[in-house]
Write a protein that binds this ligand. Sequence first.
Ligand code: ADP
Ligand code: MG
Length: 736
Amino acid sequence: MNSENEKILNQSVQFIKSVGPKRAESFKRINITTIRDLLFYFPSRHLDRTTTLNTSKAYDYLLNGFNGEITIIGTVVEKEKLHFGKKELFKVQFRDSTGFFECVWFQGIKYFTNVFNAGDIFAVSGKPVISKFNALQFTHPDFDRISEDESKKFLNTGKIIPFYRIPKELKTTNIGDFSLRKIIGSTVENYANYLDDTLPEYVLKENDIYGLVEAVKNYHFPESREKLSSAIQRFKFEELFYLELLVALRKHNYKTKFAGHSMKVQTNLVSNFLKTLPFKLTNAQLKVLGEIRQDMEEPQPMNRLLQGDVGSGKTIVALIAMLIAVDNGFQTALMAPTEILADQHAKNISALLKNMSGIYSGREIKISLLLGGQKKSVREKNLEEIELKEADIIIGTHALFEEKVKFQKLGLIIVDEQHRFGVDQRARLQNKGITPDIIVMSATPIPRTLSMTVYGDLDVSIIDEMPKNRLPVKTILRGDRSLPDIYKFIVDKLKEGYQSFIVYPLVEESEKLELKAAETFYKDLKDSHLKDLNVGLLHGRMSWREKEEMMYMFLAKKFDVLIATTVIEVGIDIPDANIILINDAHRFGLSQLHQLRGRVGRGTKQAYCILVTKDEYAVINNKYKLDLDYLSQIQLDRYRAAVRMQAMINSNDGFKIAEVDLKLRGPGNIFSTQQSGFPELRHADISQDSDLILNAKQKAFDLVREDPKLTLEKNSIVKKNLLQHYSHNLKYAQIA
Ligand code: ADP
Ligand code: MG
């Protein structure tokens, strides 16, 4: 590595032409201190001649029916403020060598008045129309000021001009569009060549990507669209490559550093259990079970994600894995996200095991349930059973892993619905000298690109098939005007033995308000549409025991209808609950809607999911689709709601739904890379760049397989870069 180069790049930005101490200070406030920092301050977008027209061409285009986005470069001729009754309008007239065009604003007029001054040159972008006075007109366009010099170069040589974000910290020292372009231009010209690459030569070659110097130059001042996109590609690849290296190292570490247990089927415990099941396992269940069994047999610790839609039969699979652990003389723990669920798991598992002799080593398999609200004596007895290894299957919440709980011989942990059963928790278990196998169960399908990245250190098993006896749930969208008909449907279906969930409309934050709203809603229905029915109410203010009580009463058919909050998202099976009515469906997230729908259709009858929204939302309307960039927040929300409901209607497949969700929300809102201990992505987009992710993953995993300690000369750059720039992500992926 060339330390001379580093020294040069680590100089203060102050030494760059036309920066100086004052401007250096303002750069510092946006975390740019060195020349290197400035080289990596990339444009937020570029102005490209290929999308730029002159005024006369633009007229032609519009007259021929074109209505896309264009850019015109023009000089300000004049500006004026117009009044129409109470309304104000601000208009700027521009010219270029072929004619005139105008821009109008209805908002922010005061601000814009100061921006546009006669003689200034702007690149204006948007979708113009021809006004009724035959003017070429942009409404609320994007615009960027450029210098005369730049505009000439741009028009004559077809240069692509970069635009940088100019935070207010820079503006205070008079750094604006042109001056920043100038400063960065001279920095790139004079210093980019000093950059040492952060990817090895062979990686660049194999993947046919730009070296760092070329990439930096072309990101700032590309000669063509293609070169710009190659430059961006390089940075995306680099970022994903290092992310995947960390993933690969973490996985390698886990598998090699910690000794696990080798467990295989010993007795006929499992086969006896299978005989007691009233159904055959699906092929998908068998496949997944095979993967798990193989992992358990290997002496390295298992770290596996078990995915499958609600009702696909994950619990049985997990239970079989638990029985294998028990069969090998180990304890096994099941961690649920809530106490209700822990309790339900315990009840389900007891029921499932009751039909078999349940004998292991001459005694019954013992299940121990650890809950917060337990009496001290019960809890102490439980803890003792665990410590003396009288308990085989231990069920609880995250409190299972508190100091006080002393497992004797913990071989397998099943984690239900907590993807973020994170590295830290795993590490804590290891620190105690225990390295059990881990299976994380999830009914929230994780899109492929995510399971290749932030969950990439887990092995993945997917149950992609539902038990045969199930009919897909019918999903229907209605406006709230149809509610009376829907209630009538619920009442009618009662004759066929259908029970119904009604998810009541969302109420704002306050618990007090929620309770009142729930009670009012309940009372109104009891007094009208559901007068002759037995109706239960489950609300957020109840303790989990009360909620559970309600659920069991519902199961026992004490109620025909259960009015509830979203807490019913998870919970015990109610086989005859085959209708779920979701009020305010437009306000729910997609994965939540899917999860709620999973509460019905557990039996063999046709089940219905009725999404009820405000009337105006009930018309699924994709007319905005093409103009997404021009939507107001309200329109955008409505558009997204429409997409969510369309997705629900179109598909029962959780994976498809998760993909839509990822696209709608963007990956940032579904997971945070930081939470998972991986670096934040600046260039790559997990919801878009799946090919690139796949490639980067392959290359990174190959590298770690060949050279896990990164000792080969050809990987020295990788090692140096990891230690230098990713040191805080290396916690579970030591390379030294
Ligand atoms: P998940 O945990 O994936 O939501 P469960 O394991 O709770 O699903 O299974 C849902 C229901 O389906 C349970 O009542 C279970 O007994 C039943 N079940 C599981 N596997 C099968 C199968 N292969 N055939 C029929 N029913 C099954
Ligand atoms: Mg389940």
